[in-house]
Design a protein around this ligand. Structure first.
Ligand code: OAD
Length: 258
């Protein structure tokens, strides 16, 4: 029996026992959908071929030179038109339907948890679903942003000419729902960290609020600065979808196929 199969059996048992499961998801959860992660071997920051890839999401850089970000965002929005939730997104939606899930805290901006049917989602880094003018605060749907982007390299507000920014949390901006995330984490009896390198704070600090069991599912380095190895009850270094398929072979949840 493979080690990860044994781990899947243990994890399934813990899910059966739990009633307040919290998931902290990262970009690794969406790679199977075709969205690159940031720091994985084929991640965006390696592919970008630029000196300081994190400056892509730096608010100071955005205000000085928005065309830098919009060059990437244009390609990203095209990509998002073709992707859908993975097995693991749907597995956590099934846990919510079972009444097991307290919340999903996601660092992802792709809204794939919601597309899978999850409603208890806290987008700590915001999302691509809405956009606002930096000057007058006017709201723009993603469809209207795309229409402006079709005509301009950098989309400008049609009311005041201000710069429009997607409601993604950039470095230098405050994260969303931090109190709710901390409260959820502290109430969790089973906390999953899935597909995250745990290097970006304050999200990386959230597992340490948990007083219950902690399971990490990630292939690749996971920072231990805020989550020491001794606090992790199960560390699964396996492909995320393969692992949760195996977990579900024990649970038999109805995980809807798209
Ligand atoms: P990272 O790219 O830092 O980490 C993703 C992790 O998932 C890596 O360790 C990968 O090796 C692993 N991984 C990828 N695909 C996997 C698979 N199929 N199975 C198992 N493991 C897999 O992504 P995050 O931790 O989410 O912030 O990054 C955190 C934040 O950094 C992002 O939210 C973003 C970025 O800067 C903002 O944009 C504000």
């Amino acid at each position: 029996m493979k080690m990860s199969d044994r781990q899947a059996g243990i994890c399934a048992g813990w899910i059966e026992d739990a009633s307040d499961i919290v998931l902290l998801s990262g970009a690794g959860l969406s790679t199977a959908a075709g969205i690159p992660d940031f720091r994985g071997p084929d991640g965006l920051y390696r592919r970008a071929g630029i000196d300081e890839p994190e400056s892509l999401f730096d608010i100071g850089r955005f205000d000085r030179d928005p065309s830098f970000f919009y060059g990437f965002h244009r390609k990203f929005l095209q990509l998002f038109e073709t992707v859908g939730p993975t097995f693991s997104h749907r597995f956590f939606a099934a846990l919510e339907r079972r009444g097991k899930l307290r919340s999903i805290i996601t660092q992802n901006i792709d809204a794939l948890h919601q597309a899978a049917g999850s409603s208890k989602v806290l987008e700590i880094h915001g999302g691509i679903g809405s956009n606002h003018c930096r000057q007058c605060g006017a709201f723009f749907s993603t469809e209207s942003l795309k229409a402006l982007m079709a005509a301009q390299t950098v989309p400008r507000c049609d009311r005041c000419g201000g710069l429009i920014k997607p409601d993604i949390v950039f470095f230098g901006e405050s994260v969303r729902h931090l109190e709710a995330c901390q409260e959820s984490a502290s109430e969790a009896d089973l906390f999953f960290v899935v597909g995250s390198s745990l290097v970006v704070t304050p999200a990386a600090m959230l597992p340490s609020f948990c007083r219950g069991r902690i399971v990490v599912v990630n292939r690749g380095d996971v920072a231990t600065t805020y989550l020491p190895k001794r606090r992790v009850d199960l560390f699964v270094e396996e492909d995320i979808d393969s692992f949760f398929r195996e977990v579900n072979s024990h649970l038999g949840l109805a995980v809807e196929t798209p």
